[in-house]
Ligand binder design. Structure first.
Ligand SMILES: NC(=O)c1ccc[n+]([C@@H]2O[C@H](COP(=O)([O-])OP(=O)(O)OC[C@H]3O[C@@H](n4cnc5c(N)ncnc54)[C@H](O)[C@@H]3O)[C@@H](O)[C@H]2O)c1
Length: 333
């Protein structure tokens, strides 16, 4: 039975509190937030949970073995450092940090402390993303050529971070997870319409050494609510539409095959096969993520979205930011 505390009881932290409060194999001992109202809400749901405005008090509690940091992104690095220094296992929300240097430092600290450092890359725990990855790994799509992700809707408009840092950590983590590679070049273009200097919409391209490519479109200033991933392989194609309640994954038996050389041109035959809509496994991704964190602590396993994964994602987020600032110039990683 792992004893845990959640730091940050805001919009997303509430979901961590619910999950760790409900999971039988752990004990949610404390919730910490600077906001007393957020603490009162946690206390109303979980009477036995201690509440505090002091993260230091959580770190000083020797019964607490693991902390979940669900505060705003600028506070992640400092809180995670202090938690690791106090010997806690840490699950920190995305983005792990705001700079690659801080992310590298956290990875080193976790290694030195012998503690688990996991990042809340939620989509790596989504059963449909795992199904896509399985399709790719088993070669069902043939060699992957390219993929693109869209994460757009109207709001929530944030002030302290742009749409890229708010929304794209999910998509970058999906791309790196599915491709199992880091890009060599990142380019990004975006625009701030609603608040000066805070991009509302960003289009980014990730190019990989072997020619694979990924495109990511994020926005909180868009009429549609889209959460979609499209994978194009040499033999088949697949989509994951998280807004579709019952038919989230489609596998298209479609492709283009190069045929015999005819004259100066190669004949290209287009194959329009069936569309398969497989039954997808259920399960709340956050519950699965929380259970994974606990399992990694208990069995001393490396999390799927460990600190190194967090670092890789932050490197891409940072490279895209540098490209944005340079008007879309390519940034090499
Ligand atoms: N994985 C996901 O799908 C997902 C979804 C939404 C948000 N998030 C991430 O979760 C984090 C929190 O987002 P949110 O939407 O809940 O933000 P929020 O602003 O609603 O909540 C943040 C909370 O942290 C508290 N806080 C800030 N600094 C603190 C400190 N030093 N000690 C204690 N409490 C502190 C604030 O008082 C606030 O209640 C962000 O990193 C965000 O990117 C992840």
């Amino acid at each position: 039975m792992v004893t845990v505390a959640v730091i940050g009881a805001g919009g997303w932290g509430k979901n961590h509190i619910r999950n760790f409060g409900e999971i039988q194999s752990c004990r949610l001992k404390a919730v910490c937030d600077l906001n007393e109202k957020a603490l009162a809400a946690a206390k109303a749901s979980y009477k036995n949970v201690e509440t505090t405005t002091s993260a230091a008090a959580v770190f000083g509690d020797r019964q607490i073995e693991a902390v979940i940091i669900a505060t705003d992104a600028p506070s992640h690095y400092r809180l995670a450092c202090d938690a690791l220094a106090a010997g806690k296992h840490v699950m920190v929300e995305k983005p792990m940090t705001l700079s690659p240097a801080d992310a590298e430092d956290l990875v080193k600290r976790a290694d030195a402390a012998g503690r688990i450092l996991m990042v809340g890359h939620l989509l790596e725990y989504h059963p449909c993303v795992l199904m896509l990855k399985d399709l790719v790994d088993k070669g069902r799509l043939g060699d992957l050529r390219y993929m693109y992700c869209q994460r757009v809707n109207l709001g929530v408009v944030r002030k302290d971070e742009n749409a890229w840092w708010s929304l794209a950590p999910h998509d970058v983590s999906i791309v790196l997870f599915v491709f199992q590679a880091e890009p060599v070049t990142v380019t990004a273009q975006g625009q701030a319409y609603l608040q000066k200097g805070v991009e509302d919409v960003v289009f980014a391209q990730l190019k990989f050494a072997d020619g694979r490519m990924a495109h990511i479109h994020v926005s909180w200033f868009d009429p549609h609510k889209i959460r979609k991933v499209t994978l194009v392989g040499a033999e088949r194609m697949a989509t994951f539409d998280d807004m579709d309640a019952s038919e989230k994954i489609r596998i298209y038996d479609k492709g283009v095959t190069a045929g015999a050389v005819v004259g100066y041109e190669q004949a290209l035959s287009i194959r329009m096969g069936d569309i398969l809509i497989p039954k997808t496994p259920g399960g709340e991704p956050l519950r699965l993520e929380c259970l994974h964190f606990l399992e990694c602590i208990e069995k001393k396993k490396t999390p799927r979205s460990d600190g190194r994964d967090g670092l890789r994602v932050v490197r891409v987020l940072d490279a895209a930011t540098r490209s944005l600032r340079a008007g879309g110039a390519p940034v090499n990683l």
